[in-house]
Design a protein around this ligand. Structure first.
Ligand SMILES: Nc1ncnc2c1ncn2[C@@H]1O[C@H](COP(=O)(O)OP(=O)(O)OP(=O)(O)O)[C@@H](O)[C@H]1O
Ligand SMILES: [Mg+2]
Length: 597
């Protein structure tokens, strides 16, 4: 995708300026590594009079921007800067009903400036005036988009609005603020910044309902920042995928280990850009579940996409399976966790579309930690009757949690934008482009993964064996119970309608019957329930505290009212005296105590 024609504020205005023909090709521009100038989106607003008395501005006029790009060298044409500076400041002063002078830097104005000038605020407040344009440091390029944000298509709001009319936001720039941002929040921001902008927004809000623009996204190239080396200490390369290299890294500040996935190729401006953003969007929406790899942050650096995720110390299921297959007891835990993760993804109206052993990760926590948590809880909550189990847990080995990762193929189940995953795990209907029930495609992939984990692998990529797995002829795994084999067959049923949902797997007798559960499975479930319990206990404690505070407040206010009433009666004198004498007593005793020391 051509980032120069798609999402940046520059390209928008360029398109409208008709200056397209002068441009070098995007490829040659990428090689040149120019610094793009981002002009204020206000520049095109009808609010700006063409000839204002206050001729000062911050960034170059858009017609010139494309033809003349500023490089890091100090040879930037002065005249352009002067001209452009004049125009922007003109706008600002007009909108604030007062000219901005160089020494003036009221809070509101400075916020507008910084929000609209690509970090070049000092062109206005700099005592040197507009004659001395300062080159903007490269890292400030990120500021260019300070008021821009992508619309995450996977947030509930976006999913809801996909069939509705799209939102136009600040300064008529779609995508300038996240569409999922609550309107109230948007307005709050604006209230604190500038009333003239608020009016402008109010106008745009009216337009919200009218507009049908295609969504644009921030070009990754425009958000490049350098974080990797500054913030992280690279420990080792832990994985190589088709799309990314994954490093184990230590965060220099918080001292915790993370997995950082770096795209192998520069994605900015390439066809992989969408895939990279997709993964981030999905992670941002889904990374809050025990059975989905947790997401921390993402950024673009050197045009590569970097995603900071939870580090799963047990590696991938695929690497475990390359050493051995799983027992039925282990398979139950795997199924329980992944079905739970899928249930969560599906409950967000999203589908994974690339579920496989290579995309399932393990975290191992020594059961001692859980014992420790147990002790803390016992201190907090008193005897909860689980002492024996806690003690037993101390002697068990690691507690494993399986997590779904690699969300690069995640898509909305209803508005699918399908990028097929690994064909070894995909059902026939997807390859036939029948996308009616994508949830069930994930279930098929889970079924095949279970088959592989039980010892049915390596999985065929094509040929008669591949077809057998999709024709309802999945061979039995001899080491598994009838019940388990049947469940795998059901999950891989050729008819998607016959496959169970993630919820029904979760509630399936194979996973539900207590007798059939192994000790470690029960241990894990107990750990999960305990975690939930911890959260509820914390909430309860907070609620109790609040109730106490309210009670105290109520008590004090009734006390005051009562004492006011009582004050008029004769009894009150006695009570009052009594209270005073008490106070005096306390004071005296404190004083005498202090004197003793
Ligand atoms: N959070 C993590 N914790 C530990 N290891 C990880 C993590 N994420 C990825 N890895 C390792 O890196 C490998 C590649 O990761 P991932 O599957 O996310 O990359 P990819 O390029 O998207 O892969 P694919 O080839 O499936 O598209 C994994 O198989 C795993 O070994
Ligand atoms: Mg992968």
């Amino acid at each position: 995708m051509d980032i120069f024609t798609e999402s940046s504020g520059i390209s928008d205005s360029m398109n409208s300026s008709g200056a397209e023909a002068d441009l070098p090709s995007p490829e040659s521009m990428m090689n040149m590594k120019p610094r793009k100038l981002t002009f204020s989106p206000m520049e095109n607003t009808p609010h700006i009079p063409a000839h204002s008395p206050h001729q000062m501005c911050i960034s170059p006029p858009y017609r010139k921007v494309r033809a003349l790009r500023l490089f890091d060298s100090p040879q930037t044409p002065k005249t352009i800067i002067q001209k452009s500076s004049a125009r922007n400041l003109n706008y600002l002063s007009t909108n604030n009903n007062a000219p901005i002078v160089s020494h003036q830097k009221p809070h509101i104005r400075s916020s507008i400036l910084s929000a609209t000038t690509n970090g070049q605020t000092n062109h206005i407040t700099n005592p040197c005036g507009p004659d001395r344009p300062k080159p903007v440091p490269l890292h400030n390029r990120a500021l260019a988009n300070i008021q821009s944000a992508n619309i995450n298509p996977f947030t509930p709001n976006s999913l809801l609005s996909q069939n509705k009319k799209r939102c136009r936001t600040m300064f008529g720039q779609e995508n300038a603020l996240n569409a999922s941002l609550p309107i109230s929040l948007l307005n709050n921001n604006l209230n604190t910044s500038n009333s003239s902008i608020k009016g402008h927004i109010a106008d745009d809000d009216d337009e919200v309902i009218e507009t049908h623009q295609a969504p644009k996204r921030l070009a990754l190239q425009d958000t490049n920042i350098s974080r990797y080396e500054k913030e992280f200490l690279e420990i080792s390369l832990i994985g190589v995928g088709e799309f990314g290299l994954v490093y184990q890294c230590l965060n220099r500040l918080d001292g915790c280990i993370y997995a950082i996935k770096k795209s192998i190729k520069p994605v900015a401006g390439s066809s992989f850009e969408k895939r990279a953003l997709n993964e981030v969007w999905a992670h941002a929406v889904l990374g809050k579940h025990d059975n989905v790899v947790r997401y921390y942050s993402a950024w673009a650096e050197d045009n590569h996409m970097l995603i900071q995720n939870e580090y799963c110390n047990g590696g991938s299921l695929q690497s475990l399976l390359s050493k051995r297959c799983l027992s039925e007891a282990e398979l139950r835990i795997l199924l329980l966790h992944i079905a739970e993760g899928l249930r969560y993804i599906h409950s967000n109206d999203l589908v994974h579309m690339d579920l496989k052993s290579g995309n399932i990760f393990l975290t191992k926590v020594p059961s001692k930690n859980h014992q420790h948590t147990g002790n803390v809880d016992r201190e907090m909550n008193g005897d909860d009757g689980f002492e024996d189990i806690y003690d037993e847990l101390a002697s068990t080995e690691n507690i494993i949690t399986y997590k779904i990762g690699d969300l690069g193929h995640v898509t909305s189940a209803k508005e699918a934008n399908i990028e097929e995953g690994d064909c070894r795990y995909l059902p026939n209907e997807i390859l036939q482009e029948d996308f009616r029930d994508l949830y069930k495609a994930d279930i098929f992939s889970l079924g095949v993964t279970m088959f592989e984990a039980a010892g049915g692998g390596p999985l065929p990529k094509n040929g008669p064996e591949w077809h057998m797995l999709r024709n309802g002829q999945v061979p039995d795994i001899p080491s598994l119970s009838r019940e388990f084999n049947d469940l795998i067959k059901l999950m891989t049923h050729p008819d998607p309608d016959k496959r169970p949902t993630s919820t029904s797997i979760f509630n399936h007798p194979v996973l539900c019957s207590l007798e059939s559960k192994s000790k470690s499975q029960l241990t894990q479930e107990l750990a999960i329930e305990k975690r939930k319990n911890d959260i509820l206990m914390k909430k309860l404690k907070e609620a109790k505290k609040l109730i106490k505070i309210y009670e105290q407040q109520a008590h004090t206010s009734t006390g005051t009212r009562l004492s006011l009433k009582v004050d008029s009666s004769s009894d009150s004198i006695q009570t009052d005296r009594c209270l005073r004498s008490n106070t005096r007593k306390r004071r005296t005793s404190r004083i005498s105590g202090g004197g003793g020391i």
